[in-house]
Design a protein around this ligand. Structure first.
Ligand code: HEC
Ligand code: HEC
Length: 292
């Protein structure tokens, strides 16, 4: 066999291998997908009777949970048309399979590949948070939604009206807001629907909950129990609090833990080059970006 024939054969064999490998990967990926597909949970019932380890869910009187609101909120949450170019949904940064967070990248990627500054916090048990965002700048789930919808590096919509028009013009939303809210589709009801869905994202009844609150001896492994002792004795529990009948593992307060705080608050220290230039005072006027 000539050298060129041999290399052609090797090339073809290689391609066949790649095609087979990809087909296998595809098949196993769809098996994984099939395993996690299921019926939507009844989030209204869950909020009415939260799982072991969680207290009563605070639901604002002006936005009671209803089945239609939750359903509408769920639809909005997974709707990629809600970003300016129709590519990004809430769920792509708050990924359900990743605890409604994003664990693949340090900070998620928003509109047209723009990185955002902070990581996406989990939305599990977000109903209990007293302040929202890493800096606590928002107080209600109802209002919060407009930040990602309008931020240039997240969903990048140019205005509230633009988002309302997108929903109004989408055929599959006809009548849904009118059924869920007496006032129909407004700047407020978009937030109310999304908030209703997110309030239902409760996670508890964990091995810890069953062991600690219900006294199920076998629920926690011996290693996990040793971890619990450390957690208590080293003082973690001072901030990641556990009450008598429920555990949030947070006190909702703000601390400078010394890890990434300056960067996440947009106050990163000067670069090494700036430090060097600063030492040479004569250089500074030429490097205005170093002057902070
Ligand atoms: C581009 C990624 C991205 C998209 C899209 C996105 N988020 Fe977020 N989300 C984040 C990041 C990052 C933060 C933290 C921002 C901060 O602290 O400044 C956050 C914070 C939040 C919080 C506050 C959670 C807490 O515990 O403080 C809520 C609630 C939330 N997002 C809901 C939503 C909803 C609803 C949508 C869709 C309308 C959405 N997000 C779309 C990335 C995203
Ligand atoms: C002084 C209060 C305080 C103490 C004590 C403390 N933490 Fe934290 N911990 C925080 C804060 C604040 C954050 C959030 C940091 C952030 O988001 O930038 C955090 C975040 C975390 C996270 C990440 C949670 C997440 O959702 O990403 C883990 C895990 C954690 N702490 C574990 C521990 C352990 C284990 C201990 C004990 C060894 C401990 N913490 C002690 C305040 C504290």
């Amino acid at each position: 066999m000539s050298a060129s024939r041999l290399s052609l054969l090797v090339l073809l064999l290689g391609m066949a291998l790649i095609v087979t490998a990809r087909a296998c990967a595809g098949a196993s990926a769809s098996r994984v997908l099939a395993a996690i597909e299921g019926e939507p949970a009844d989030l209204v019932a869950l909020v009415e009777s939260p799982p072991l380890g969680l207290p009563a869910v605070p639901v604002p009187a002006r936005n009671p949970m209803t089945e239609t609101r939750v359903k509408l909120g769920r639809k909005l949450f997974y709707d990629r048309r809600l970003s300016f170019n129709g590519t990004l949904s809430c769920a792509m940064c708050h990924v359900p399979e990743q605890g409604f967070s994003q664990r693949e990248v340090r900070t998620p990627v928003g509109f047209q590949g723009r990185f955002v500054r902070r990581n996406a916090p989990t939305l599990l048990n977000v109903a209990y948070r007293r302040a929202l965002f890493h800096d606590g700048r928002e107080s209600t789930l109802e209002n919060q939604v407009w930040q990602p919808l309008l931020q240039a590096n997240e969903m990048a919509n140019p205005s509230i009206g633009f988002v309302l028009d997108t929903i109004r013009n989408a055929g599959d939303y006809q009548g849904l807001f009118e059924t869920a809210f007496p006032q129909g589709l407004t700047v407020e009801t978009v937030g109310m629907a999304l908030a209703s869905y997110q309030r239902g994202l409760l996670a508890a009844n964990s091995p810890f909950d069953r062991w600690y609150f219900r006294g199920e001896e076998g629920a926690m492994s011996a290693a996990a129990r040793r971890g619990w002792d450390l957690f208590r004795n080293k003082g973690c529990i001072g901030c990641h609090t556990v009450a008598k009948d429920h555990a949030h593992f947070t006190d909702d307060a703000y601390y400078d833990t010394g890890i990434g705080y300056a960067r996440s608050m947009g106050r990163a220290g000067p670069s090494t080059a700036c430090v060097w230039h600063r030492a040479w005072k004569w250089c500074q006027p030429y490097h205005s970006s170093c002057q902070t």
